[in-house]
Design a protein around this ligand. Sequence first.
Ligand SMILES: Nc1nc2c(ncn2[C@@H]2O[C@H](COP(=O)(O)OP(=O)(O)OP(=O)(O)O)[C@@H](O)[C@H]2O)c(=O)[nH]1
Ligand SMILES: [Mg+2]
Length: 506
Amino acid sequence: MRKRRSRGPVARATTYNAGMSRRLRLLFAALATAALLWLLFAAAERFLALAQRFLALPPALQWTLGLVLAIFAAAGLAVLWRLLRPRRKRRPLPVPDRGNLEQRIGRLREHGADTGELAAELGELDRRRLGARLYVALFGEISTGKSSLIRALAPQATLASDARGGTTRAVGHYDASLPDGRSLVLADVPGSRESGGEARERSAREEALRAHAVIYLCAGDLTRGQVDELRWLADFGKPLLLVLNKADQWSTTEREQLLAQLRRQARGIASAVVAISAGGSERYQRRLVDGSTESIERQRKPAIDPLLQALSRLTAPGAEGLESLRENAVLAGLHQRTGTLEAQTRAEQAERIVRQYARRAIVGAMAAVAPGSDLVIQGVLATGLTRALAALYGIKVSEVQIEDFVQQAKLTLRTGSSIVLAVAGNALKAFPGLGTLGGGVLHAFAYALIFDSMGRALAASLAERQTLDQDDAGARLKELLGDTGSSRLRQLAALTVDTMRERRDD
Ligand SMILES: Nc1nc2c(ncn2[C@@H]2O[C@H](COP(=O)(O)OP(=O)(O)OP(=O)(O)O)[C@@H](O)[C@H]2O)c(=O)[nH]1
Ligand SMILES: [Mg+2]
């Protein structure tokens, strides 16, 4: 009873307040609508007045003013678009299944590809997992101070560093420890973007993928290439620190400005951005008592505390906690490397198939009773070549598709046969070995050229399009029939000579 009595007035008051506030809100809404309408009318009136004045202007002035207004409107829209356009989300690379990757590597090995490096990478992945040590790689352009930083982090390590870029030539590992006593292995890698240092850069990237975390060093503003490099690491899901080294070269204000700029550039990519002085060495002239001077080299005092703190935070989960990320990055890298080797191996196999069919075409030409001046493509061979290449690239093609493609190639050759014969005629003169073979050589060489062009066109098109695209393959064929690059013609001449000699000797 007491309860109900005590709630009565409160409930009434609440209803009353609610009634008040609803009415007040309605009043405000009505006032706001009226104000908005008034503003709209005022703006429309002003616009009409301006339009009238504009129309009253002489035409030349109308055009000038119109142009200026249009430029302003376009600039405004461009700025708005830059601000509001949807940002592309960074999507991590797909991580392949290890079993599947091993199968692909096995297949490559069966086809005679050199899979040693890929297998070694898988072995290293397991070795590090079992070792359970924390790996941190230093990465960055040449001369940003990677080796100097390792020396500061692992004072017992003996490392070469030099003002000239490209001092570190191979990956090296050094034991170090964090302020909290946890031990870690630091990897010093060759600097990237050294001209002619592509192989070393590749080894640096592979080492970065193998690490649990990466310290990316820079010594100033990031260039486009450096941002790309950072993004490349982030796409593999690598935990990252962006470190501005050689901070002693900047004033406090400059350093803060640089850091702010770096933070903008590394937003969503690096976990932290810090400035340090790895140390490095400096030279100075010392005046001696006898008045002469001597040049002295001394080590600068390192100042790396902000980095140590950020690194402790980043690696807090430890080797085990970061292991699955590391494994994903290594497998994703291996997936790409396996893909490259697959493409390369397939291209080599395609070349072998094309050569085999060009050889058969030469034999076919020799067997022809009376070759005319017109080249009629050897249909059975063309079908066989198309089928073999499609099978190599794992692309399903129907009999109808193959027939269509061969028909189209025949048509191309009918119109282009004079070109092919002219190229073959010139080759007879350019490669004297051909001339000694006597009758039929012109046609045999023409067929070698036709089948080589057709095979290459088809292989390139299948690899790129992943389907038998007649128009694309046809366009490539036309291009190749007219391509008289001497090294290709020389190879075909040698093939023709060999094949014809073998046949004659049989
Ligand atoms: N002023 C200044 N110079 C530094 C600092 N750290 C390194 N250096 C200098 O920068 C130059 C390059 O240093 P390294 O440690 O060899 O650089 P790196 O990144 O290992 O170079 P590579 O191995 O060639 O890729 C040397 O002359 C160092 O003395 C620093 O904190 N301040
Ligand atoms: Mg170095």
